[in-house]
Design a protein around this ligand. Sequence first.
Ligand SMILES: [Cu+2]
Length: 140
Amino acid sequence: MKFRRSIVCLFLLSIPCLVFGEVIVKSPWIAAPPPGSRALAAYMQIHNENEHDHILTSVRSIQFEDIQIHRSEMKDGMMTMEQMPSIEIPARGMVELSSRGLHMMLMKPVRYFKAGDTIELDLIFEDGAVQKISVPVKKR
Ligand SMILES: [Cu+2]
């Protein structure tokens, strides 16, 4: 899934320039929740082919009331989850969202989702760019 973005950047003399680059989401998937669960986790790779860092500031979906960015961590032998304000994707770099680290937590779904369903997410970046992705729900 590719999309074009434009960024206005200011050089020393405050001359605006337009830079085109790409942020590409690869292999997105959402783990099918156990029955009765009100939270789903989304995993993917976010590649930044731009010369600038980008920051994923929020995620939205009409299918969920609330979506947060979380980080799983092993603490004293227990898996804990911490809410993160954003995800930085370094220039020419990649961030992997996985069950062992960063992920998106999709909460309060409008209906029950199961393997085979598709969920629409809007990824919102620091410059206001929005990337729409369709994510399959799969068995873990
Ligand atoms: Cu979580």
